[in-house]
Write a protein that binds this ligand. Structure first.
Ligand SMILES: [Zn+2]
Ligand SMILES: [Zn+2]
Length: 278
């Protein structure tokens, strides 16, 4: 199990990715529900400043500062540059916790700015934020976790194994291979439907799906189920995880999502009242 998440639109959303000790968003209840895993969190990436995505940060900071766990581990919180709500909250958190025992940093990020995860076991992974459209008054991001990998160059892919071994011996592996970037995980944040280029070829896509029925949506600042399915259909996504689902669908959600099939894509969802594990 690599992922623990909770998400109920308007109330609380957070996704913990344990291999890199990253928390995407920090909605209310996160410290309570993650219990001692809260000490393992190294990076927090905030998608935007709505209270259902940031309220739990105060508890995380307070718990790490006062409980029995490891109190010295630094914590870095990244957020969309220029997001006024988050900056005000960060300012408050710094003032309210003036005697912190650990290093707490708030780091504004620009669209596309890479954050290398140097504390991870693999140093070839980084986080890359991308702009999404949510409300017009504030900046909002989605995030990719990207791994830089190597593969055989196109022209060598159909050669027999022995031939490739010979080429590697004579010319070195650098000359027959090339690097490419693989999206391991994509988190949409709160947004209207993402662009095809953002979701294409990702292994795990968390796409927000506030509305199961498009007719229930009054303002165009969230995605609906039919749109997400249409987008993912031929985007080569291994696993689609629908989240940020409105609690109005609690009774119908299972039936509705069971009916959907996308060839080649596994579909899961974060139930608005249960902790999700994957
Ligand atoms: Zn939200
Ligand atoms: Zn929001």
């Amino acid at each position: 199990m690599n992922i623990i998440a909770f998400s109920k639109a308007l109330y609380s959303t957070w996704i913990y990715y344990s291999p890199e000790r990253i928390l995407f968003d920090a909605g209310e209840g996160v410290a309570t529900m993650l219990t001692n895993k809260i000490y393992a969190v190294r990076h927090v990436f905030l998608t935007h400043g709505h209270v259902d995505h940031i309220a739990g940060l105060w508890s995380i900071i307070n718990t790490r500062n006062n409980a029995m766990g490891d109190r010295e581990k630094p914590l870095t919180v990244y957020y969309p540059s220029g997001n006024k709500g988050i900056e005000l909250y960060a300012d408050f958190l710094r003032k309210a916790n003036s005697e912190l025992r650990f290093k707490l940093d708030f780091v504004p990020l620009k669209d596309g700015e890479k954050v290398f995860l140097r504390n991870s076991t693999t140093t070839n992974r980084y986080i890359k934020p991308f702009s999404v459209v949510h409300t017009y008054s504030e900046t909002a991001f989605g995030y990719h976790l990207i791994e830089v990998r190597r593969r055989l160059k196109e022209e060598y892919r159909n050669l027999p194994k022995e031939e490739i071994t010979r080429l590697v011996k004579s010319y070195g592996s650098e000359s027959v291979t090339e690097t490419y970037e693989k999206k391991i995980l994509t988190i949409s944040g709160d947004t209207i439907l993402l662009k095809k280029e953002d979701v294409a070829d990702t292994e795990i896509l968390f796409h927000e799906c506030t509305f199961l029925k498009k007719e229930d949506r009054k303002f165009n600042n969230h995605a609906s189920l039919d749109e997400v399915i249409e987008l993912v259909k031929d985007a080569n996504v291994q696993t689609l995880i629908l989240y940020h689902i409105s609690s109005r669908y609690i009774r119908s959600i299972e039936k509705v999502i069971k009916k959907i099939q996308i060839p080649g894509t596994k579909i899961l969802y974060v139930h608005p009242e249960r902790v999700f594990e994957f």
